[in-house]
Write a protein that binds this ligand. Structure first.
Ligand SMILES: [Zn+2]
Length: 144
């Protein structure tokens, strides 16, 4: 039985926008972790009204770019021996590599296999990125 209010070691992803928790669970492939993973949804939050939270009871490296693209407002707590040893506040990544796909149907990356395509943040508020090959704009949600 896992205590959902506190974990001994691992990572707590907090301040997830309500409704984004399951998407983060899927996009970070947390289903492949063999240790306990707890997804809490619609937790009352003073700051956010409602929020989701993910508790991962193991040391795992998280793809911060994917996480930042889905929800740049989350905070990450690293827990060791039941104590938070490190806190991290995420931001929208300036540059992402190999995560997004170009939305332009005439882009070379649509017809040729190009690995690790770079996208550069051009509009932080609207979360718009620019393709390194064709300069077309796209967002993470459009690129899925
Ligand atoms: Zn492109």
């Amino acid at each position: 039985m896992i205590n959902v209010s506190q974990i001994k070691k691992g990572i707590v992803i907090d301040h997830i926008e309500a409704g984004h928790g399951f998407r983060i669970y899927k996009e970070l492939h947390l289903d492949q972790i063999k240790d306990p993973v707890v997804l809490l949804t619609n937790i009352p939050s003073e700051k956010m009204g409602k929020k989701d939270m993910l508790k991962i009871e193991t040391d795992v490296s998280i793809d911060m770019d994917v996480l930042g693209l889905i929800d740049p407002g989350v905070s990450i707590n690293y827990v060791r021996n039941g104590v938070v040893t490190k806190k991290l506040k995420l931001t929208l990544p300036r540059e992402v590599v190999g995560i997004m796909r170009c939305a332009n149907p005439r882009c070379i990356t649509q017809t040729e296999r190009v690995d690790d395509v770079h996208f550069y943040l051009v509009n932080e508020e609207k979360r718009i990125y620019r393709c390194e090959f064709c300069d077309a704009y796209t967002t993470f949600n459009e690129s899925r």
